[in-house]
Design a protein around this ligand. Sequence first.
Ligand SMILES: *[C@@H]1O[C@H](CO)[C@@H](O)[C@H](O)[C@H]1NC(C)=O
Ligand SMILES: *[C@@H]1O[C@H](CO)[C@@H](O)[C@H](O)[C@H]1NC(C)=O
Ligand SMILES: *[C@@H]1O[C@H](CO)[C@@H](O)[C@H](O)[C@H]1NC(C)=O
Ligand SMILES: *[C@@H]1O[C@H](CO)[C@@H](O)[C@H](O)[C@H]1NC(C)=O
Ligand SMILES: *[C@@H]1O[C@H](CO)[C@@H](O)[C@H](O)[C@H]1NC(C)=O
Ligand SMILES: *[C@@H]1O[C@H](CO)[C@@H](O)[C@H](O)[C@H]1NC(C)=O
Ligand SMILES: *[C@@H]1O[C@H](CO)[C@@H](O)[C@H](O)[C@H]1NC(C)=O
Ligand SMILES: *[C@@H]1O[C@H](CO)[C@@H](O)[C@H](O)[C@H]1NC(C)=O
Length: 446
Amino acid sequence: FIFSAGICSALKLTVPSHTIHGIEGQPLQLTVDYNFNTTACEIQIIWLFEKPRSNPKYLLGSVNQTVVPDLEYQHKFTLIPPNASLMINPLRISDEGNYIVKVNVRGNRTVAASEKIHVAVDVPVTQPIVHTEPSSGVVEYVGNITLKCTVGKGTRVVYQWMKNGKPLHAGPNYTFSSNNATLLIVPVAKEDIGNYSCLVSNPVSAMESERIAPTIYYGPYGLRVKSDKGLKVGAVFTVSVGEAVLFDCSADSNPPNTYSWIQRADNTTHVIQYGPHLEVVSDTVAQKTRDYVCRAFNNMTGKRDETHFTVIITSAGLEKLAQKGKSLSSLAVITGISLFLILVMSFLFIWKRYKPLKGQNLITERHRHFQDMKVLWMILGYMNLWLFLIVAAVPQFQVSLFAALTLPQARTYLVQFMKSFSIFPISSSSTINNVYEGTETGNQSI
Ligand SMILES: *[C@@H]1O[C@H](CO)[C@@H](O)[C@H](O)[C@H]1NC(C)=O
Ligand SMILES: *[C@@H]1O[C@H](CO)[C@@H](O)[C@H](O)[C@H]1NC(C)=O
Ligand SMILES: *[C@@H]1O[C@H](CO)[C@@H](O)[C@H](O)[C@H]1NC(C)=O
Ligand SMILES: *[C@@H]1O[C@H](CO)[C@@H](O)[C@H](O)[C@H]1NC(C)=O
Ligand SMILES: *[C@@H]1O[C@H](CO)[C@@H](O)[C@H](O)[C@H]1NC(C)=O
Ligand SMILES: *[C@@H]1O[C@H](CO)[C@@H](O)[C@H](O)[C@H]1NC(C)=O
Ligand SMILES: *[C@@H]1O[C@H](CO)[C@@H](O)[C@H](O)[C@H]1NC(C)=O
Ligand SMILES: *[C@@H]1O[C@H](CO)[C@@H](O)[C@H](O)[C@H]1NC(C)=O
């Protein structure tokens, strides 16, 4: 820039930007500042307009306070000297081009400066609309989705696709048209589910379309069975007898799957229920384990999935079984055993009393045996009563007894018990064998 001594110093024009984007139909101010003491000098301001490949046109000029416009444009451009800023009102598309401002200041000598401002005129965009092709849903890995963005008004429109509010970039399954106005999703996958929108913009405006979520059919995925109760290990559920267990089958899919429950017994299978829930009341389960299958079917994708699981009913629930009135039968068994014991003892007593002893008939020995028998009888009677009390008071004991009685060796234990309290002379091994056999078979032929 030029330096000169005295009142008229260096002249410098400043403009906020060398490119200005104007909105069609609106006023536009081209602001120009210069550092000068305007009162001391003669100031000339000239505005020119040039379009590419055409000569510059004179718009207006001023000297001191006097403005000399080009009569052709006098209503469009306004200049208020010594302010060099130019007002364009209204701005039209045809006003796009370069605006040149030249300021001359004459003091002892003349200094001059000029600037060029490019003005771009744009029409603001309106809200775009997205069209989905096809408008109905598409099946994963089968169909394609085309999203077309259309905008009613707007110049120099730039299209940007957004997924869930974030810019979408081209990828293996996302393809854009040359101007980005169309988005093609090939192939469609579950991951493509989301809210898509089209963001259109130009230098003077930006608008986003409404978010649309294409319908994508997929699944079933991740089929699994859960239960509200019971212990789950792998695909095996362990539940207690008498417990009502609710099984819940779920798999991710769109549209929701239809569920069916299948029970497998031997080689046959049959559907026992439809819907996502199955209630198994183990009370009614005859066998200790049961095999089930939950099947999920998506009627849009035509795909199905199924999961197998086993339900084991544990005998720990025998306690509950006993409490539910079935204790009656186990009590009956115990009563039977007790009566049997009493009966055997009675027989032994009678047999011992009236059987003629071999060899010498020693009354003292018989009497001794009789005394022994009396003591044993009392002990057994007491034990029997005690057993009854235990059984009646403690349900667990009933259960364990009930379980024990189902075992064949239980009777052997009974015999061992009797042997240890034998009333016979230990020397007679044949008698012991007889007693053993009699008890074992339950016949009193002895
Ligand atoms: C402009 O103003 C300056 C200083 O005030 C004066 O010297 C000059 O003559 C004026 N020019 C015109 C054309 O009025
Ligand atoms: C020139 O005019 C514009 C708008 O009328 C204003 O913003 C600007 O400050 C003015 N410049 C000077 C140097 O007064
Ligand atoms: C400019 O003119 C003024 C009087 O008008 C004078 O005093 C001054 O010396 C001049 N400066 C130069 C550099 O010529
Ligand atoms: C999906 O696009 C692929 C590749 O452009 C094409 O081969 C296929 O036929 C299209 N499928 C549908 C259902 O339009
Ligand atoms: C289309 O979008 C991509 C990024 O998403 C961008 O790099 C590219 O310049 C855009 N093309 C056009 C013509 O807007
Ligand atoms: C899509 O938009 C709907 C409604 O605004 C919202 O409920 C849903 O969570 C959105 N989905 C994603 C993936 O952001
Ligand atoms: C189950 O099927 C197999 C082969 O199909 C057959 O050999 C077997 O006998 C069947 N078992 C029952 C219990 O039906
Ligand atoms: C497919 O399944 C869905 C959800 O279970 C149901 O609403 C729809 O009616 C079914 N469509 C057909 C054609 O069966």
